[in-house]
Design a protein around this ligand. Structure first.
Ligand code: HEC
Length: 110
């Protein structure tokens, strides 16, 4: 093979291979998306205190005339809550003896 023929062959090889070398060399590899952290829901198994049946009863019985703020901002002992709930009955609260006892217990122990 003459020197010119060898050069031509090398030239052809380079020209033929260059595009594929450039393409594979420059095309950025696709990043695997497996590394993304899976969206996990925060565990909310614990029931907030405001969802207890007693809290629901207070909400039901004590928010007809005023908001829960009124109840939440008061801090009495059992005697204090008994007096307060009995005054609420005079205000017009309708409540059974059971519900009254439950609410007084709940509010004085919270
Ligand atoms: C029929 C309407 C009515 C209902 C139902 C009612 N309240 Fe009241 N509440 C009032 C009124 C009127 C006042 C303001 C006058 C007063 O203090 O008596 C008041 C005020 C209060 C206060 C603030 C005064 C204080 O003594 O600290 C608290 C606490 C309270 N209520 C708790 C309760 C609770 C607990 C319940 C549910 C068991 C309840 N209320 C249900 C009418 C009501």
């Amino acid at each position: 093979m003459s020197r010119a023929a060898r050069l031509t062959l090398v030239f052809i090889l380079v020209v033929a291979l260059l595009p594929s070398v450039l393409l594979t060399g420059c095309s950025s590899p696709v990043e695997p998306t497996a590394g993304e952290p899976a969206a996990t829901e925060p565990a909310t198994t614990e029931q907030p205190a405001s969802d207890s049946p007693e809290a629901a009863l207070v909400k039901q019985k004590c928010t007809m005339c005023h908001t829960l703020d009124r109840v939440d901002s008061a801090d009495y002992d059992e005697a204090g809550w008994t007096a307060t709930v009995e005054r609420m009955e005079k205000n017009g609260l309708v409540i059974s003896a059971d519900e009254k006892a439950t609410i007084i217990q709940y509010l004085s122990n919270r």
